[in-house]
Ligand binder design. Structure first.
Ligand SMILES: *[C@@H]1O[C@H](CO)[C@@H](O)[C@H](O)[C@H]1NC(C)=O
Ligand SMILES: *[C@@H]1O[C@H](CO)[C@@H](O)[C@H](O)[C@H]1NC(C)=O
Length: 287
């Protein structure tokens, strides 16, 4: 993993957190400065989730299979052979879930959009699933009616299975355009209500655990080149989507596009500011 890639990633994380960073001394690394009462004014408190871990309805209303549907159905891949088939049934419980968020006094909620729920094969020109769009419309409207600001992740690991099976998923450079098409569809349909977009959640895990060690979907062990190729295409896909938003949507929708990195993405990277960067990432991931 090259350091220039890491630096690029940090720039995008910084963009996401810019408003919170303005009045906060990031060089102060005292643990106590992160306890309750010491966050900057305007810091966004909320909870986060991912589609696969909350929605359930894995094969309902025209949704395509994701690599996690297929992976979890293989015996022995997940503890106790559990799956996300029904999960928290978030697909059916929009009103209940938002009312629980109100009880928690949340004013931000981060969730992810399931790519195969909107585009079953992953390729936009094949087919768009209107019932998937309807679901996210309802979720967004219900959140906003309750004054909860949505923060939306475009890729929280649930790649359409067809893209993996037929074309190699993140190993294939063509995925950059497919992902960009999906992102633009999301901006078109939901961007009037979503002002905070995150392209990828923890891309380190996607690249390394998905394509190198095989612990995560799609479970490939492409030792040596797997993680590198996946990471390379993810970085390019992030950049492409960032520029798409910048040139086609930002003027009208006035939102931000960031990325959510885990500490592991930079684990080989050492510099005097490393601690601060890790903090930033942790804080961004927790919104
Ligand atoms: C998971 O599936 C495997 C293979 O069928 C089986 O041997 C194992 O006992 C299962 N584990 C549980 C907790 O059901
Ligand atoms: C990469 O994906 C494209 C379709 O997006 C496909 O035509 C091509 O054959 C794929 N290449 C490999 C090596 O799978």
């Amino acid at each position: 993993m090259s350091t220039s890639a890491l630096t690029l990633g940090h720039v995008f994380v910084l963009v996401l957190c810019l408003s919170a960073a303005e009045d906060f001394d990031w060089t102060n690394n005292q643990h106590g400065s992160f306890y309750y009462g010491t966050f900057p004014t305007g810091f966004s408190w909320g909870a986060g989730s991912s589609a696969y871990q909350t929605e359930g309805a894995w094969d309902k209303d025209g949704k395509g299979l994701s690599i996690w549907d297929v992976f979890a159905h293989k015996k022995g891949k997940i503890q106790q052979n559990q799956t996300g088939d029904t999960s928290g049934e978030g697909y059916y419980k929009v009103k209940d879930d938002v009312s629980l968020m109100k009880d928690l006094n949340l004013n931000h909620y981060r969730f992810s959009i399931s790519w195969p729920r909107l585009i079953p094969t992953g390729i936009k020109s094949d087919h768009i699933n209107e019932r998937g769009i309807q679901y996210y419309d309802d979720l967004l409207d219900t959140l906003l009616e309750n004054n909860i600001t949505p923060i939306v992740t475009l890729y929280h690991w649930d790649l359409p299975q067809v893209l993996q099976e037929k074309y190699g998923g993140w190993q294939n450079i063509s995925i950059i355009n497919h992902f960009n098409d999906f992102a633009n569809l999301c901006f078109e349909k939901f961007g009037n209500r979503v002002k905070y977009w995150i392209t990828f959640n923890n891309p380190w895990s996607v690249a390394v655990e998905g394509y190198e060690t095989g612990e995560h979907a799609p479970g490939l062990k492409l030792k040596g080149t797997g993680a590198y190729k996946a990471a390379h295409h993810i970085i390019k896909a992030h950049a492409k989507v960032w520029h798409s938003y910048d040139t086609q949507w930002r003027g009208k929708q006035k939102g931000l596009v960031g990325i959510s990195l885990s500490g592991d993405w930079g684990s080989l990277w050492t510099s005097p500011t490393r601690k601060t960067s890790r903090r930033l990432r942790d804080m961004c991931s927790s919104t």
